[in-house]
Design a protein around this ligand. Structure first.
Ligand SMILES: Cc1cc2nc3c(=O)[nH]c(=O)nc-3n(C[C@H](O)[C@H](O)[C@H](O)COP(=O)(O)OP(=O)(O)OC[C@H]3O[C@@H](n4cnc5c(N)ncnc54)[C@H](O)[C@@H]3O)c2cc1C
Length: 659
């Protein structure tokens, strides 16, 4: 079929806004806010321009949108070297220890800033009792002792966490406007569709293009460096919640794989994209379990009240996954839970009532009341939908246990996952630890595309950064990005395509829809285009059934992957025939396109790694065990934008911190 193009014969032509900047921050979440905050400090004296673009409203965008109850990475009295060991164990032995160590040594400064900006942090009173953030206590930076829910986690009153972090970023952007005289440098509700490579300098970033999700406008940004923090990918696999529960997911529904797709299409090298995260969460509501496990010491059991991580389950797990089985990381615990589910010993319950009763033994009535309020607030902070499910099902968590369930898979690299881009590491750590020299190509967190930096969920092989670590990583990337600009002072970004060509590409789904919408009586069903909802369902079906989603108990194999990738290639082709009736659907169409690239990378990596590195997250039925001899290495890949070729290859893993 002849490829059609948008000539604006059917749809309205958008206003085109061109914006020139030095540092372009894409995203408005934790890492992006960290980068804007840090960039201003170094850029303002140099009169360098910073611009931030977020597809949503930055006050409540990204994974921390609803607030959190705990900051999951805070060193305090802990040694960053121990943090590396913990991350390595949870990620089944393979992680970029230079990046993780670097994060560990910087993260506390971000947490101290959060507290200075007004975030209430729980403290231990001198007599050992717990004070929530409302009570007067010395700050962490002044020696205040945090209330830890685990070795690395600290409790907060975090309803407004994201608002506070955004406020600091916005204030920093304001100082940059004052320093540079630029009128506008924070664009909200602008969805970035693709990155632009430089016309003259090979493998060099030059800008990005996107559109307003509220107004008829296309934005073209020219930039000397880009700090990319557009989050991971949700809704790539068919979710457990369909139909009546559609839209519910654990990972935030607005992170649609843009972070991955933007970098992949620009040719940035990926690492560990085979990794995914399958959290065990409260069934149907997807409510967080962390505080229940860590803070309230709740246990999860099978339907008979038995621990599923012992006995025969543990013995069989050791046979396939030793020495990682013994470390009891998140994936391994998921695996053993699924063994019981498959053996018909489900449902699996979080014993919330038991935990509350246990805690009650050491507390007075007032303290118990406070604890109960906290238990509820944990959900109201992060996942109000869970409170809705409980209310609707007559569940009082202090009286009744609740079901937990492994969710559909998500792609991310800052929580308990590590899928992302391969970046340059911190030179001093690489030097001091004897890490491979090739891990340092000059600018910390720069991808293999010059001037393109990665942060948060999309900086690979370095999970467990969480909210605080993503903020700190944004700051690291910002500082390096500025050094990169200063070292390449004469560079002027040049973009190959004209503004009209770029706008036409972005508005293609409008043109298609307007041209053909009268070909059928129901505009949703049409032989000439595919609406975003249908395309998404098709993509999720492919991922679920061929790449190891919930319907196959996360099982896949070389033959399944091959078949699925064949179907995905056809879907990608069909995505060019997306139809959109309004700006919202235009965003949905481009979100789906980004998801397709993300899931393709994921499948290609799983296909290449011939072992089951992450049992409990996915299984290669044809290689069911872990095979350290051949696969204790990074799997990297690279899409070549010039030729369209995609290559997967091994990269040496090196342990830097001794056990
Ligand atoms: C359910 C859940 C619970 C969590 N709980 C905790 C916790 O208790 N404690 C803790 O410390 N951490 C927690 N985390 C981890 C923490 O939220 C993340 O580590 C952190 O938010 C990642 O930062 P980021 O900048 O990479 O992405 P995000 O903060 O998610 O930001 C992504 C940004 O990109 C923007 N964006 C996406 N696509 C585009 C596009 N195409 N164009 C422009 N902008 C775009 C989004 O609007 C958003 O602003 C949790 C995460 C999840 C998902």
């Amino acid at each position: 079929m002849e490829k059609e193009s948008c000539t604006f014969s059917y749809c309205q032509k958008p206003e085109i806004v061109e914006h020139e900047t030095d540092i372009l921050v894409i995203g408005g979440g934790m890492s992006a806010c960290g980068s804007a905050f840090e960039a201003a400090r170094w850029a303002n004296p140099q009169k360098m321009r910073i611009t931030m673009v977020d597809k949503a409203a930055t006050d409540r965008s990204g994974a921390v949108a609803m607030g959190l109850s705990a900051i999951n990475t805070y060193m305090g009295e802990n040694d960053p070297a121990d943090y590396v060991k913990y991350v390595r164990a949870d990620l089944m032995g393979i992680t970029r220890e230079d990046l993780v160590y670097d994060l560990g040594r910087h993260v506390d400064d971000s947490v101290h800033n959060f507290e200075d900006w007004g975030l209430p942090v729980w403290k231990k009173a001198p007599d050992g009792h717990t004070m929530d953030g409302a009570q007067e206590a010395p700050k962490l930076s002044e020696g205040g002792k945090p209330v830890r829910s685990g070795k690395w986690q600290i409790m907060i009153n975090g309803e407004s966490y994201k608002v506070l972090v955004a406020e600091a970023a916005k204030a920093a952007l304001k100082t940059n406007r004052e320093a540079t005289g630029v009128a506008e440098n924070h664009f909200e509700r602008v969805f970035i569709v693709k990155l632009l490579l430089d016309e003259k300098v090979p493998n060099r970033i030059a800008g990005a293009v996107g559109f307003s999700v509220r107004e008829n406008k296309v934005y073209i940004f020219r930039a000397k460096t880009i700090l990319l923090g557009a989050g991971g990918a949700v809704n790539v696999f068919r979710p457990r919640s369909v139909a009546e529960g559609q839209g519910r997911a654990w990972y935030p529904v607005w992170n649609s794989g843009s972070g991955y797709a933007l970098g992949i299409q620009a040719g940035a090298e990926l690492t560990m994209m085979e990794n995914r995260f399958v959290p065990a969460r409260f069934k149907d509501g997807y409510g967080p379990v962390g505080a229940w496990f860590l803070f309230f010491k709740a246990k999860s059991t099978n339907a008979y009240g038995e621990d599923y991580c012992v006995g025969e389950n543990f013995e069989s797990t050791k046979k396939l996954y030793s020495p990682y089985a013994e470390k009891m990381g998140t994936a391994i615990r998921n695996h053993m839970m699924m063994l019981d589910m498959k053996a018909g010993k489900g449902p699996i319950f979080m014993q919330t009532a038991q935990a509350m009763a246990e805690l009650g033994k050491t507390m007075d009535a007032k303290q118990i009341k406070h604890l109960e309020a906290e238990a509820w607030e944990d959900f109201l902070d992060m996942c109000i939908g869970q409170a809705g499910v409980w209310a609707g099902m007559n569940i009082a968590p202090d009286e009744t246990p609740s079901e937990i369930m492994p969710t559909e898979p998500y792609l991310l690299g800052s929580h308990a996952g590590c899928a992302g881009f391969w970046t340059s590491g911190p030179a001093d750590v690489i030097e001091a630890t004897g890490a491979p020299k090739e891990w340092d190509w000059g600018y910390n967190r720069m991808s293999t595309v010059n001037g393109l930096f990665m942060m948060g969920d999309i900086c690979g092989a370095s999970g467990h950064k969480f909210s605080s670590g993503s903020h700190a990583e944004g700051r690291i990337a910002a500082k390096s990005g500025i050094a990169f600009i200063l070292d390449n002072k004469d560079f002027k970004p040049t973009v190959t395509k004209s503004a009209d060509e770029l706008a036409a590409e972005i508005y293609m789904p409008f043109e298609t829809y307007e041209k053909y919408k009268t070909y059928s009586t129901a505009p949703e069903v049409n032989p000439n285009y595919i609406k975003p909802k249908m395309l998404q369902a098709r993509m999720q079906k492919i991922a679920d059934e061929y790449f190891g989603g919930t319907s196959t108990w996360y099982m896949t194999s070389a033959t399944m992957l091959k078949e699925g990738l064949k179907l995905l290639a056809m879907l990608k082709e069909d995505a060019a025939k997306s139809g959109a009736k309004d700006l919202h659907e235009l965003m949905r169409a481009w979100e789906n396109y980004h998801r397709i690239w993300s899931i393709e990378a994921h499948a290609r990596h799983i296909q290449f790694r011939e072992e089951t590195r992450y049992p409990g997250y996915y299984y290669r039925g044809d290689y069911l065990a872990i095979n350290d001899k051949d696969w204790k290495c990074f799997v990297n890949s690279k899409y070549d934008p010039a030729t369209g070729d995609w290559k997967c290859f091994k990269k040496e893993y090196k342990q830097l911190i001794p056990d």
